[in-house]
Design a protein. Sequence first.
Lengths: 191, 191
Amino acid sequence: MKALEEKLQKEAIVLSADILKVGNFLNQTLDIPFIMEMGREIARLYEGEGVTKIVTIEASGIAIATAAAVPMQVPVVFAKKSRAATQVGSMYHAEVKSFTHGNTYEAIIPVDMLSADDRVLIIDDFLAHGAALSGLLSIIRQSGATLVGCAIAIEKGFQGGGDALRAEGVRIDSLARIRAMSPETGIEFYA
Amino acid sequence: MKALEEKLQKEAIVLSADILKVGNFLNQTLDIPFIMEMGREIARLYEGEGVTKIVTIEASGIAIATAAAVPMQVPVVFAKKSRAATQVGSMYHAEVKSFTHGNTYEAIIPVDMLSADDRVLIIDDFLAHGAALSGLLSIIRQSGATLVGCAIAIEKGFQGGGDALRAEGVRIDSLARIRAMSPETGIEFYA
């Protein structure tokens, strides 16, 4: 998505060769018209695929998932990273190692929110090592639902998570795919 | 908002006199058309108030805030509950006690995301004891921004947080306001 690449070149901050900061429009301040445009692009990519549910993970995937759900007219289910007093009953769960937070957490979705009849599109803001995505894929497998594909805003291709999952046959669509980046030279995208 | 009261009567689960479960449409599975309708209602309530930014807190406030931001055409900023590797620099922060999770966390917004020029509408899914809202109000005060008001999906009026803040002069608009509830007798709203 050309508009996202241009926005990243203009507004993202490359903190290091690994860490890209997009808090000013994508994951703390939310540029809503732009996020709605990303949602429409995801809906276009998955038109006719019979998606019945969008699955994401709290917190920064929720806005993009909501944006795609508006034109796709399907519900969003987000995995939680901890269990609240309101969460009772059986849960699908998967352990996820977070590289940006330096911890490990459990991603949780109640079993009554996903079923074998569902055709699921996973949406997230970042794909790097693929840890969060692998956790969500495990949850989809536990539920018996069909995975249609994964739509990602920004893939840091050089961290390998996307290609490892593609090699397993998972459909992954990244709106922007970064080949390399550094504070000195900026961001380079795949052609 | 009559439609929300009706939806709560039909779909919410009263787990106890204190705990209401709305995970099936509002805070884990997201009923997107309904949430967009709540967003339009919030936009209507704050029309002409010159709101420049919506502030919420991760995770379950994000979808409703996004829904209101579409018609209001303003950015959303959400407070995070922990500091990631991408969060550097000065932060506004406030300590919040979570009654549903039984812990205390720090709500954080980078200082460059809110300024004294902003006119802020706070949006959240629940208002009970008012702990999260008080934390956000503290952050707004730290930033020097003007608080226009707080739009809440569901206020559990009997837990007192809303009335305490109203007594301090804070404008609070709750789309549904619960007077009392129990698993046996269901939900009773303020007239």
